[in-house]
Ligand binder design. Structure first.
Ligand code: BG6
Length: 304
């Protein structure tokens, strides 16, 4: 961990990359370019905001929790990093859902603003996450590239002697005008596992619309997904690489109430203002990484 002010002197770029240190050791990284701005929390490697120039905020973030007051109260939303397993641990349900990367400290290892795009690379040390059993050795880095699009890339390198399996996701929470009026296009005829129906295999017909809780893993799909939002009058295109599965999730009323942190300026109606479209390696889309091998899961967001 770097001392206060050290991150800016080593990795800050005037007008492009600025670290705002928190008393608990974390920091918010502010990225600014001619094409917009973004913020990333070092705790969790969590992208919390992306505002392309001339556009409203793209990401949804709850207004409960704080990075400044303490790490335990991270707000829900942004782009959580689910790693090294997606959802429940495959064999031990007592382990944290979506792995431990989102609850780990990340540190900058590289920044660049020479090309007009602004790039931030973070790394987390999985070896020091001692409280969670994960018997492998890996280097994990997260690249966030702010350009005309927002490109987020999660790279895992196996630095151990044995292969390991990985499930993961870049769990993007999108801010929408009214979730009941959006259409999610690009998954027509794609097979999905319905988590709300004991993971029954079903087939998507047409665009996805949301009028109830939705929790699905779409399989065998690599194409672009469009989030069409008539209220905010924009379409967000989500493209992925290193991923043949995509998760679509909205908690709706009862689950949002149970979760307690699906709250924003619209109060308990926050579930209407968000939808998750996640670039994933989930369900049967398991990635196997041999010793010395790497895998990059990436999602690129574009406002059209
Ligand atoms: C989604 C899952 O990816 O994440 C949902 O499909 C889950 O089942 C949601 O509820 C949120 O998970 P968490 O652990 O952040 O509450």
């Amino acid at each position: 961990m770097y001392a206060i002010y050290e991150r800016n002197s080593r990795f800050g770029k005037p007008g492009a990359v600025n670290f705002v240190d928190h008393e608990n050791g974390g920091a918010t990284v502010e990225l600014t370019s001619q094409r917009g701005s973004a913020t990333v929390e070092l705790f969790g490697g969590l992208v919390t905001s992306w505002r392309p120039k001339g556009s409203e905020e793209v990401l949804w973030l709850s207004n409960t929790g704080s990075f400044v007051d303490g790490r335990a109260r991270s707000p829900r939303g942004g782009i959580p990093v689910c790693w090294p397993w997606f959802a429940d641990h495959p064999t031990d349900p007592s382990l944290p859902a979506h792995g431990f990367a989102r609850k780990s400290a990340w540190e900058p290892v590289h920044t660049d603003a020479t090309t007009g795009d602004v790039r931030l690379t973070l790394r987390t040390d999985v070896a020091v996450v001692g409280h969670v059993p994960w018997p492998h050795r890996a280097e994990v880095s997260l690249d966030v590239v702010l350009g005309a699009t927002l490109d987020v890339r999660l790279t895992t390198r196996n630095v151990g002697n044995a292969p390991f399996d990985l499930t993961q996701a870049l769990h993007t929470y999108f801010r929408v005008g009214d979730v009941t009026r959006i259409e999610i296009k690009g998954l027509d005829a794609v097979t999905y596992l319905d988590k709300l129906d004991a993971f029954a295999s079903k087939q998507q017909v047409g665009a996805i619309t949301i009028d109830r809780e939705v929790d699905r893993i779409y399989l065998g799909t690599t194409g672009a997904i469009d989030l069409v939002d008539p209220v905010l009058q924009r379409t967000i295109r989500v493209t992925r690489s290193g991923s043949t599965s995509a998760v679509v999730w909205n908690p709706w009323i009862a689950k949002a109430a149970r979760m307690g942190d699906v709250v924003d300026a619209s109060g308990a109606d926050a579930y209407l203002r968000m939808v998750c479209i996640e670039a994933a390696n989930a369900g049967p889309d398991v990635v196997s990484i041999p010793p010395g091998g790497t895998h990059t899961l990436a999602t690129e967001l574009e406002v059209k």
